[in-house]
Write a protein that binds this ligand. Structure first.
Ligand code: HEM
Length: 195
C-alpha cells in the first residue's frame, strides 16, 4: 500500500528528524533471538501498564478495545518488525497503527506514556542480554521505531482536527490556520502567570 500523497511530507519530516533507517531494521533482525525470548514478557508488561493506569484501562472497560486481542496483535507486531524495511509499506502500516488508536479515542499523552514504559522495560533487558555497546545500539534503534509510530499518531490527530474544522466551518485552510492561531494565543494567555 502506498501513502496518500498529502501525508508524505509528514513521513519525510518524521523520518528526517528521528532518523529511523534500514540499519535499524537490520539490527532488529540480528537480534531476533532477543525478541523471541522477551516479547511475551514485554507484552505482559504492556498489558499490565494499561490495566494499572485507570484512564488506559477505561479503553477496555468501555469496549473500545479487547485486551486479549491486543496481546495477539502486539505479538504479530513484533514479528512484523523483524521482517520490516524502510519502505513506503512500513510507513503506511505505521499510519494504520496510529489510526487504530485514534478511532478508539486513545489520547496522544497515553501513546507517549506507554512508549516511555516500553523503553523502561527494554533498556535494562537489552543492555543485559546484548552487552552495553550493542544493547545500547539496539535500544536506540527500537526507540527510533517507537518514536516514529507515536509521532505519526500525533500527526494524524492534528490532521484529523484540522479536517474537522475545515468540514465544520467551510472555512479555507488559511482561515482555519488563523483561527487555530487565535485559539492557541488564548490558551497561551490562560497559561501565562498573569492569565
Ligand atoms: C507506543 C505506544 C503504543 C504502541 C507501539 C502500540 C501498538 C499497537 C499495535 C501494533 C496495535 C495493533 C494495530 C493493528 O494491527 O490493528 C495496537 C492496537 C491497540 N492498542 Fe496500542 N499501542 C500503543 C499505545 C496504546 C495505548 C496507550 C493504549 C491505551 C489503552 C493502546 C490500546 C490499544 C488497543 C485497545 C488496540 C486494539 C486492540 C483490539 O481490540 O484488537 N495502545 N497497539
Amino acid at each position: 500500500m502506498s501513502i496518500p500523497a498529502s501525508y508524505q511530507p509528514f513521513v519525510d519530516d518524521i523520518h528526517g528528524m528521528i532518523g529511523l533507517c534500514e540499519g535499524d531494521f537490520e539490527l532488529f533482525r540480528t537480534h531476533r533471538e532477543f525478541f523471541a525470548r522477551n516479547s511475551a514478557a514485554l507484552i505482559e508488561a504492556i498489558a499490565s501498564v494499561l490495566m494499572t493506569h485507570a484512564p488506559s484501562r477505561a479503553t477496555f472497560e468501555e469496549g473500545r478495545g479487547d485486551l486479549e486481542s491486543l496481546k495477539g496483535k502486539l505479538a504479530a507486531w513484533v514479528g512484523e518488525l523483524l521482517g520490516a524495511h524502510d519502505t513506503p509499506e512500513f510507513w503506511h502500516r505505521q499510519f494504520v497503527i496510529g489510526i487504530e488508536h485514534i478511532v478508539r479515542r486513545i489520547p496522544n499523552r497515553q501513546m507517549v506514556g506507554l512508549a516511555t514504559k516500553i523503553r523502561e522495560v527494554l533498556l535494562p533487558l537489552m543492555l543485559q542480554e546484548a552487552g552495553h555497546e550493542e544493547g545500547l545500539r539496539l535500544y536506540l534503534a527500537f526507540q527510533r521505531m517507537l518514536d516514529s509510530v507515536v509521532a505519526l499518531t500525533t500527526t494524524l490527530v492534528d490532521e484529523g482536527q484540522r479536517r474537522c474544522l475545515l468540514e465544520a466551518t467551510g472555512f479555507s485552510p488559511k482561515l482555519v490556520e488563523n483561527l487555530q492561531a487565535i485559539v492557541f494565543e488564548k490558551i497561551r494567555a490562560e497559561l501565562s502567570p498573569s492569565g
